[in-house]
Design a protein around this ligand. Structure first.
Ligand code: DLL
Length: 430
């Protein structure tokens, strides 16, 4: 069962739709966005060069820097009077990226979010508690509108105010919770402090995204809350949440709504398109957006694509869970380290709580990596014993040894109640 028949269309039907829509998008930006016209002309492309969807790979990339250079509205393709919504993504450095929606864009967003929720197993008689932040962040309103479009009931708790969030989960018997994975773990801790177990509540599923998380972290969330955890992906520049989601039947890759967002995976260094199954950087082209179209946007997110039909019956392409961003990579003394490698080890050690932070310093010319982790409440060994165990387990997976591992008590590491969790602190340029 699907929400929209396009989810099970044949490849040839999809490609025909994508071709028409790509041509319209290229025409739209060429006519309405001077920057895009120059960008395409510099690459030797005219709108009539787009014959099939495969021609997408001849188009030039658009990057985060291009959006920033055109701050605030240089890439908008419609006049301000045609806009109905603005959002922005803060990013860690520099100016925010301002993104815009027409009435039709909002209609598409509502529909892809309703589709996403449906694929995740949400139905119109469910109560969805929405713990994503409301405001310029796309998570809160994106989920909110999607739940209403589906005809289910939304509780707009937003981020933060955690004890009230927990009261609502319990008293309104919410069926579904949408929030970041790190916030799920925080809710579990706080419910514990309040004297009860979230796993005893009727809550059936959580829809987690906006941050990378590993499979062991997902298992931890599913066990602690007694739920199915569904991965949802999206980004402001493309629409917000609702670019892709796992289906509840298979939970094996995220179905990309490719009738609206065309995905490619490229080598992050050379930009060359990679074959199906190979991991690289996700590049997305919007096929229907009017206010803020994006041609071959370099997301920075690492994944791979799978065109096999899913066991749920959907034919649209699936992307692998986003393991991290191309720029997440930490280089310590010349050695590559991904935070997810450390997370997998941490979550696998029973005595370690799923809260950690990584601090990078430079002493003289030497990089140092310090790891701080919490032990669980009922750990009865010494800090030194646990530090030694973590050290030996990390040696198996990392090519560089952390300079310091510090085990601390429960609750010592700061929690993120609103927004996205930050686990890596790089002080090397301070
Ligand atoms: O985070 C949109 C969103 C809201 C997605 C709620 C899912 C749920 P931005 O703030 O623009 O938009 O951040 C987008 O977050 O490029 C990824 O690096 C990361 N991200 C989003 N979803 C996932 C996910 C929203 N499921 C950036 N897994 C993206 C890993 C994710 N990373």
């Amino acid at each position: 069962m699907v929400y929209n028949d396009v989810e099970t269309a044949s490849r040839s039907e999809l490609e025909e739709l994508q071709t028409d829509r790509l041509r319209e998008t290229v025409e739209r930006v060429y006519e309405n966005v001077p920057w895009y016209r120059d960008h395409l002309e510099n690459a030797g492309i005219a709108p009539e060069d787009v014959d099939t969807i495969d021609d997408v790979s001849d188009l030039p990339f658009t990057t985060k820097e291009d959006i920033r250079d055109n701050y605030p509205d240089g890439l908008f393709a419609v006049p301000h009077e045609d806009l109905q919504r603005i959002h922005a993504s803060s990013g860690t450095t520099g100016k925010p990226k301002i993104v815009a929606y027409t009435e039709d864009d909002l209609g598409v967003w509502h529909e892809v979010m309703a589709r996403s929720l449906y694929a995740a197993g949400v139905r119109s008689d469910d109560v969805v508690q929405n713990g994503y932040g409301y405001g310029l962040f796309t998570g809160g309103l994106g989920f909110h509108d999607g739940v209403e479009e589906l005809g289910a009931c939304v509780i707009p708790t937003g981020g933060g105010n955690t004890s009230r969030q927990i009261d609502m989960l319990r008293d309104m018997e919410s069926d579904v919770l949408s929030c970041t994975p790190s916030y799920c773990l925080y809710l579990d801790e706080r419910a514990d402090d309040m004297g009860f177990d979230l796993a005893d509540l009727p809550l059936e599923r959580v829809i987690i995204g906006a941050e990378p998380f590993t499979d062991p972290m997902r298992n931890e969330i599913e066990d602690a809350l007694g739920v199915t955890a569904i991965d949802v992906y999206g980004l402001s520049e493309i629409i917000g949440p609702g670019v892709s989601i796992e289906c509840e039947e298979a939970q094996n890759g995220l179905h990309v709504w490719e009738d609206h967002f065309y995905p490619e995976v490229v080598d992050p260094d050379t930009g060359e398109v990679l074959p199906e199954g190979e991991e690289g950087e996700l590049v997305l082209t919007s096929l229907t957006k009017q206010a803020f179209p994006m041609i071959r946007y370099r997301t920075g997110d690492m994944t791979s694509l799978n065109y096999d039909e899913c066991e749920c019956g959907r034919t649209v392409v699936r992307m692998d869970n986003v393991s991290g961003r191309a720029d997440d990579l930490i280089i310590v003394r010349g050695v590559n380290v991904y935070p997810s490698q450390i997370e997998e080890v941490m979550v696998d050690i029973d005595a370690v709580a799923p809260h950690y932070r990584i601090d990078l310093y430079r002493e003289g010319n030497l990089d140092t990596l310090e790891l701080t982790v919490e032990h669980v409440h009922d750990y009865d060994g010494t800090h030194e014993e646990l530090e030694a165990e973590i050290d030996s387990r990390l040696r198996d997976v990392l090519d560089v040894k952390p300079d310091e591992i510090e085990v601390v008590g429960p609750g010592v590491i700061d929690r993120t109640e609103v927004g996205k969790v930050k686990r890596v602190y790089d002080h090397r340029e301070d």
